[in-house]
Design a protein around this ligand. Structure first.
Ligand code: COA
Length: 177
């Protein structure tokens, strides 16, 4: 487990896939991710098996919040494209339970991934990509100290329009817990 103030991150299990599948088939969640097609459980299972073949630091982590005595899964997150020579990696996050958006969990998850990336994985650079239309995501990443680094113009096509993809990052030298 990786513990934050209100959340914890745990390893994902096959049993989580039904929940992941329900979240990722919600257009409001999916529209801000790389996905753009309905996702079957079989595809989700295939993704899970492929994910297990990746190096352990790139395995997906489940975001949980405490509700009384139990921990409730609310989304997932993790690192990908880790380059161990350059010590850089990219993060991805989603809170699948929409009723919990705008309550600071995205920001806290981002901060926890930064701590994990810099203090455990010993990365030097952590970046992410976010659609220009994802104002809540951009705000959460800014609050977690990500800085704007660049813009891939019209790199994505959503809902009939080309949109820019923003690149944001934090360097280890800039990182403050
Ligand atoms: C993006 C996401 C992770 C953010 O998580 P979250 O828990 O809602 O984020 P937080 O509550 O920590 O921060 C959101 C901030 O954006 C603000 N915000 C939300 N919608 C906004 C809008 N339309 N315009 C401006 N600010 C907005 C919130 O008010 C909040 O800021 P505040 O705390 O200063 O008030 C979550 O919304 C999500 O999973 N969305 C679907 C998938 C996704 O977008 N993943 C990220 C892909 S890069």
């Amino acid at each position: 487990m990786i513990y934050g103030e209100r959340i914890r991150l745990r390893a994902s299990e096959r049993d989580d896939l039904i929940l992941f599948n329900a979240w990722l088939n919600d257009p409001e969640v999916r529209d801000n991710l790389l996905l753009y097609l309905p996702l079957s459980l079989a595809e989700e299972e295939h993704w899970f098996e492929s994910m297990l073949q990746l190096p352990p630091p790139e395995h997906v982590l489940v975001i949980e919040i405490r509700q009384g005595e139990v921990w409730k899964s609310i989304g997932n997150c993790g690192f990908n494209h880790i380059d161990w020579r350059c010590r850089s990696g990219e993060i991805g996050i989603f809170i699948g339970d929409k009723s919990l958006w705008n309550q600071g969990y995205g920001t806290e998850t981002t901060r926890l991934l930064l701590r994990h990336g810099f203090k455990t994985l010993n990365l030097n650079r952590i970046c992410l990509r976010v659609y220009e239309t994802n104002l809540g995501g951009i705000r959460a990443y800014e609050k977690a100290s990500f800085v704007h680094e660049g813009r891939f113009r019209q790199a994505e096509y959503r809902n009939g329009s080309y949109i820019d993809v923003l690149l944001m990052s934090v360097l280890q030298s800039e990182y403050r817990e």
